[in-house]
Design a protein around this ligand. Structure first.
Ligand SMILES: [Zn+2]
Length: 246
């Protein structure tokens, strides 16, 4: 059985959480710590960072508790590496010791594209041009600021390294108007959030669209690489569908 996973820019709350968890929290925590420890008189140490996290950040940003504690530990480790590098360079009287920098969104895109190309055998990208469809505004903004083109570029070159197939869904593929169960195409208003089909299938519209994209991608995978066996380890997903709005 294939377990399809989809990451869309019309994300359901769970999808938004997944994205935020996978790339937002670590960067956010890193930046918050760096802002604090860049103040005059505040000295960096991992212990101090952990204390500041427990006493201030976790209270100020309660959503941290939704993500694994590993995420914040990773952020502290990341920043520690950056600081240790800086301290060594200062000690060596380097001309440009390189004080730690705030993490930009490009770094977020790298984390996301890494994760996708490491996890899936086929990644289907639906190239939409409808920014009004984005429901999660903060997520949409963070990705659109960084540039969809950049995300797609990263996915494509990393996929090439890793032997992952990238399928670009045709702009006219009716992903969110087609019933995933029987293939019937419906006239759907944007406000209709549920796909209810004559065949009896009832499904969240975004989920239905993602199923369609997954199948689209897997069909192309079969056509392009018929000898590729779709491995299905326990709980491991094979296909990701990504709807990008430009
Ligand atoms: Zn149907």
């Amino acid at each position: 059985m294939l377990i399809a996973n989809k990451i869309e820019l019309r994300p359901t709350p769970e999808q938004a959480t997944y994205l935020n968890q996978s790339c937002g929290a670590r960067r956010h925590c890193y930046n918050q710590l760096l802002a604090h420890f860049s103040q005059p008189g505040v000295k960096w140490s991992k212990a101090a960072a952990y204390q500041y996290y427990m006493a201030v950040l976790r209270v100020e940003f309660p959503w941290y508790s939704d993500v694994s504690s590993r995420v914040t530990r990773n952020a502290i480790d990341d920043l520690d590496r950056a600081y240790q590098h800086f301290f060594r360079r200062v000690k060596a009287k380097a001309k440009n010791p390189g004080y730690p920098q705030f993490k930009k969104r490009r770094a977020v895109l790298h984390e996301l594209s890494d994760q996708l190309t490491r996890t899936y055998q086929v990644i289907t990208i639906e190239d939409l041009n409808v920014s009004g469809m984005v429901r999660n505004r903060s997520l949409a903004r963070s990705i659109s600021d960084a540039g969809f083109g950049e995300l797609r570029r990263q996915i494509e070159y990393k996929a090439a390294w890793r032997g992952v197939t990238v399928v670009i869904a045709d702009r006219f593929f009716p992903s969110s108007k087609m019933c995933h169960a029987c293939g019937q195409v419906h006239d759907m208003l944007l406000a209709q959030r549920t796909m209810e089909c004559d065949c009896g299938s009832v499904m969240d519209r975004d989920l239905d669209a993602a199923r369609n994209l997954d199948r689209y991608g897997l069909d192309r995978l079969d056509a392009l690489k018929p000898d590729v066996k779709r491995t299905q380890e326990s709980g491991k997903t094979v296909s990701a569908a990504l709807a990008l709005t430009a």
